[in-house]
Write a new protein. Structure first.
Length: 291
């Protein structure tokens, strides 16, 4: 009986140690260059681990060589684009090295950066909505490792649907991010009532108008916008309506005339990496100008 009791005590003790080591894990020593880490997609444990990322979300972190990072930049991909597209198809790593920026590339896949799911939601990024995961899992996990700390020089940027995500995260987390940048994004889903991706997230517009106009709609919430922002959108874009960014810019300038807002709208630019690559340096220059 005593032996059985001691065995149970031992098992209980070991389980506590294992739980503690996972919840209060030591910081990961990040290498220079690109390193992949893993973050839980749901649950109560918020921590970074090393690959393999089984049942977790992979995140690439670029740490510049030969210098201490002067800023952290969360970089969001477009709908169904892999996280390393930014790295392979633009100059972002080269520019990050020159500026001394640490860059974070989460594997966001297919998400509208939604904050919640509804009974009508058919497109689910994971068990946790994409936007909610960024705020409640990605950012806290990185902060445990000294990244994206409150009060630090932190920025968020994205292209296409990731541009929408950058605006949503910038709007909801102004205490963390000092500025945002969005290229080829959309900001007011209520003006796109037939959009299949938005319908997949929020249900039909006809039956859920208030939801479309209030949930994750940064254009309709522009009065509460707080941080500087860089907005870019090619006028020849045939995928994401150019008017989305133009109207958001005009609304922000009207409501916040003293806020630093940059708008770049090249006439011939389309919805492609040729254009997005051309925006990397202007965005990084904009971030560098933020004190």
């Amino acid at each position: 009986m005593k032996i059985f009791f001691r065995i149970n005590q031992f098992i209980f003790y070991i389980s506590l140690v294992l739980m503690s080591s996972e919840i209060f894990s030591e910081k990961i020593e990040l290498k220079v260059g690109v390193q992949t880490v893993c973050i839980p997609k749901d649950g109560s444990v918020v921590t970074l681990t090393l690959p393999p990322c089984t049942n977790k979300i992979a995140v690439d972190i670029y740490t510049p060589e030969d210098k201490k990072p002067v800023a952290d930049v969360l970089v969001l991909n477009g709908w169904s684009f892999p996280r390393d597209d930014w790295q392979k198809k633009t100059r972002i790593l080269k520019s990050g090295k020159e500026k001394g920026f640490r860059l974070i590339f989460p594997e966001m896949g297919k998400t509208n950066y939604e904050s919640e799911y509804f009974p009508e939601t058919k497109l689910k990024w994971s068990t946790t909505p994409g936007g909610k995961w960024v705020r409640e899992f990605l950012i806290p996990s990185l902060q445990q490792n000294g990244i994206l700390l409150k009060g630090g020089k932190n920025f968020v940027m994205g292209l296409s649907t990731g541009g929408r995500g950058a605006a949503i995260i910038g709007y909801t987390e102004p205490a963390i991010f000092k500025a945002a940048a969005s290229v080829s994004g959309d900001f007011d889903q209520a003006t796109m009532p037939k959009d299949r991706l938005m319908t997949g997230s929020y249900g039909s517009y006809e039956e859920n108008k208030e939801r479309w106009e209030t949930v994750d709609n940064v254009y309709r919430s522009a009065k509460e916008w707080k941080i500087p922002i860089y907005l870019g959108h090619g006028q020849a874009d045939k995928i994401s309506p150019f008017i989305q960014t133009k109207n958001f810019y005009l609304k922000l300038k009207e409501l916040h005339p003293n806020l630093k807002i940059i708008f770049n709208d090249p006439k011939e630019a389309e919805h492609d990496y040729k254009y997005w690559d051309s925006e990397v340096d202007p965005i990084f220059q904009f971030f560098s100008s933020i004190k």
